[in-house]
Design a protein around this ligand. Structure first.
Ligand code: BGC
Length: 269
């Protein structure tokens, strides 16, 4: 087991599937105690299974059900973690979803749901994390930084996305949430950064990879010619939470096999 995050307490929202699960496993391997957050009774079994896998491998943590878009639930989740482990060192603001529709057909409910979870959820969790970091102060025995927040953004904080205006808007907003927090709390040694994944093979984008035709067309967008895996994101999240990245704050780090170099321009423009 790696020890880069030894003794640190990490909350990973939306950790019962996809990228969140990848991050929880990587952080546990790096020695962190991981809080596997999930949102509803439907995901309890999956979250429990992930915790079991982690503890069977020698890691530690707990499962907490909490809808990140609900203020009272988020406040309670942080209180429960502080009661159990004393503090929080790392927040991975990962929970997110898509509700795709053509813009002229998009309902207010589809718009609102995506903004509530992807943006308001990150606001609520970041606020509780920062309150806890300020209350607790430095913990030099585990990290040079007083606290670390990693926001899950997307290549779509940069690349416009027709048919997904609610999602792209939420990710564009995350860029400013993240950078403004890095600016506001840098002098308290709180680091805030974003991970901007491209196409990672998870349930959220199944239609983009689950047939050979779909995968082939996806590859036209990825110079590196493979779909990403949750482990790719887990590796980056561990780095961003560790002191190896201690001078990085306010950064959006793209991890996309080159999607943001716009391969379609290789023979055009
Ligand atoms: C979306 C995926 C999509 C990827 C690249 C992600 O943020 O959630 O559905 O495949 O961006 O377009």
């Amino acid at each position: 087991m790696d020890t880069e995050l030894k003794g640190q307490i990490a909350i990973i929202t939306g950790a019962s599937s996809g990228i969140g699960t990848g991050i929880a496993k990587s952080m546990a391997e790096a020695g962190a105690t991981v809080i596997i957050n999930h949102s509803s009774d439907k995901s309890t079994e999956a979250a429990d299974a992930i915790l079991k896998e982690i503890t069977d491998a020698g890691g530690a943590g707990m499962v907490i059900k909490c809808d990140v878009s609900k203020e009272d639930e988020v406040i309670k989740m942080f209180a429960d973690v502080v009661a159990a482990y004393g503090t929080v060192d790392i927040l991975v603001n990962n929970a997110g979803l898509q509700q795709d529709a053509k813009f002229d057909e998009m309902t207010l409910a589809q718009w609102q749901k995506v903004i509530d979870v992807n943006l308001t959820g990150q606001f609520l969790c970041a606020r509780e994390a920062i309150r806890e970091f300020l209350r607790r102060g430095p913990r030099p025995e585990v990290s040079a930084a007083t606290g670390k927040i990693i926001c899950m953004s997307s290549v779509h904080e940069l690349i416009p996305w027709a048919g997904h205006v609610n999602y792209a808007s939420s990710k564009g907003a995350i860029k400013m949430l993240m950078q403004s927090l890095a600016q506001e709390y840098g002098d308290r040694q709180i680091r805030v950064n974003s991970i901007c994944p491209g196409a990672i093979q998870t349930p959220i984008n199944r239609p983009a990879w689950d047939t050979p035709q779909a995968l082939n067309s996806l590859m036209q967008l990825i110079p590196y010619n493979r779909i990403g895996q949750p482990k790719d994101i887990g590796n980056l999240a561990v780095f961003l939470a560790s002191d190896k990245s201690d001078y990085i704050t306010g950064a959006s780090i793209f991890i996309d096999g080159g999607m943001t170099v716009f391969e379609s321009f290789a023979d055009g423009g």
